[in-house]
Design a protein. Structure first.
Length: 129
């Protein structure tokens, strides 16, 4: 028997998919450009949704995209309500997801530390021992 998922999780997944599509198709604001919806978190009562996004490939101004998405939130909420056939759609709050940038920065720091360690402590040549 398949595992049951709570309704909030199903709504999150559907919101993520539909918002990505609606932003791409319907939001004509040039400040948005290409954005990737990375995650959606919905409250248990489905009244509020936090939408995390990142500019595609780091292109564009994240702050301008955030302002444009906040401006379009009411329109997107109305569209989502109709597409999902909900009586009341969740209030949308957009947030910039900087986890990709933080991950890249941490990877670079780890790489630099490993390289620095190799320079300080070179491996002895295994053929000479």
């Amino acid at each position: 028997m398949p595992r049951e998922f709570p309704r909030a999780r199903r709504v999150e997944e559907q919101l993520k998919r539909l918002l990505a599509e609606q932003i791409r198709r319907e939001v004509k604001d040039p400040r948005v450009g290409l954005v990737t919806i990375t995650a959606v978190e919905v409250s248990r009562d489905l009244s509020h949704a936090t939408v995390y996004f990142t500019p595609f490939a780091g292109i564009g101004d994240p702050a301008a995209a955030l302002d444009a998405l906040k401006h379009a939130a009411g329109y997107l909420r109305h569209q989502i309500r109709n597409l999902m056939r909900l009586r009341i759609a969740p209030e949308l709050e957009f947030r910039l997801d900087d986890s990709v940038e933080r991950g890249a920065r941490l990877s670079a720091l780890i790489h630099d530390a490993v390289e620095d360690d190799r320079r300080r402590h070179p491996d002895p040549d295994p053929d000479t021992e």
